[in-house]
Write a protein that binds this ligand. Structure first.
Ligand SMILES: Nc1ncnc2c1ncn2[C@@H]1O[C@H](COP(=O)(O)OP(=O)(O)O)[C@@H](O)[C@H]1O
Ligand SMILES: [Mg+2]
Length: 295
């Protein structure tokens, strides 16, 4: 746990780092030249590997040459100012950008070595393998049971009603919701509180046996208590899944992630062990962001 986020480099330390070459001194905001990412973008336990990913909306480029791995049993937090490309980037990881007209992704993204943009890839099973939880809880207008059972049914994961019941129960247990809903499985998903709905959406994602879970600001519509329940859950889920989470809360990134990636104007400026990023950022713009000078 990181106790302070208020660490500030002295100017002298920063100048020293720049002189030593640790910080690319010619980098400025809006600099067109692509600078190498500072830190450790790669993992020797990678599940997903992104290499030189560029994303365009029409003529406008929103992700610039991003290379990053998401490791096994790892939570990677994506942070950065609003509009820097966090959502755009994680949507590349399960091809959600395919659904946006005019959006084009290039570069290479693999899951366990398989190119997810390959010709033979069917996006429906891909989006089960790389599941996504959104900012606003979005249960289907169906019962709690049906919300969780729907995915396993369409993906043919259960041979019988008993098997389906088991998947539903296991998924709800893993999402920390079973005890709260086991006596009301036939009630609408939308009858739950916001925090419960988000856990229902997590159960729905888990039910189709994903490898990777993407979360785009999953707590931003929740109160602090529901947020802390989801954060604890993320800590438990990483024993089984790889997780990429977008958050605008640096405290949340510090609490839940092992690595933190700092995006700025579509570029991945810095990535590294979360504790290191928040106590000894190497890029001056990472430092400026985490010390609250902009964002
Ligand atoms: N559907 C879209 N069409 C056009 N531009 C978009 C679309 N979605 C995002 N953008 C642009 O891409 C950039 C990154 O946006 P986004 O990924 O939403 O950032 P973040 O999640 O970090 O706030 C912004 O300039 C935004 O305006
Ligand atoms: Mg976003």
């Amino acid at each position: 746990m990181i106790s302070t986020l208020s660490f500030v480099h002295s100017g002298a330390v920063k100048r020293g780092l720049q002189a030593s070459g640790a910080i690319p001194s010619r980098f400025t905001v809006g600099d067109a030249a692509v600078q190498p990412t500072v830190g450790e973008p790669f993992s020797d336990q990678a599940r997903m590997s992104c290499r030189q990913v560029n994303v365009y909306y029409g003529a406008k480029q929103s992700i610039i040459d991003v290379s990053l791995d998401i490791g096994r049993n790892e939570v990677v937090a994506m942070i950065g100012p609003s509009g820097c490309g966090k959502s755009t980037f994680i949507r590349c990881l399960n091809r959600m950008n395919d659904t946006i007209p005019g959006c084009r992704v290039d570069g290479t993204i693999t899951l366990d070595g398989v190119d997810i943009y390959g010709k033979e890839i069917d996006v429906v099973p891909l989006r089960a393998q790389v599941g996504m939880v959104f900012q606003k809880p979005n249960p289907f207008p169906k019962s709690i049971y049906q919300n969780v059972a729907y995915g396993p049914k369409i993906h043919g994961l259960a041979q019988s009603r008993a098997e389906l019941d088991e998947i539903v129960e296991t998924s709800l247990r893993r999402a920390g919701l079973w005890d709260e809903v086991k006596d009301r499985l036939d009630q609408p998903g939308t009858s739950l509180s916001g925090g419960q709905q988000q856990r229902l959406c997590i159960a729905r994602t888990i039910a189709v046996s994903p490898e990777v879970i993407l979360m785009d600001e999953p707590c931003s519509a929740l109160d602090p208590i529901a947020t802390s329940v989801i954060e604890d859950l993320i800590g438990e889920l990483k024993s089984q899944y790889s997780i990429a989470i977008v958050t605008h809360s640096m405290q949340q990134a510090a609490r839940v992630s092992q690595r933190t990636a700092y995006l700025h104007l579509g570029k991945l400026l810095e990535v590294g062990q979360t504790e290191r990023i928040f106590t000894r950022p190497r890029h001056p713009l990472t430092e400026a962001y985490i010390t609250g000078r902009f964002g």
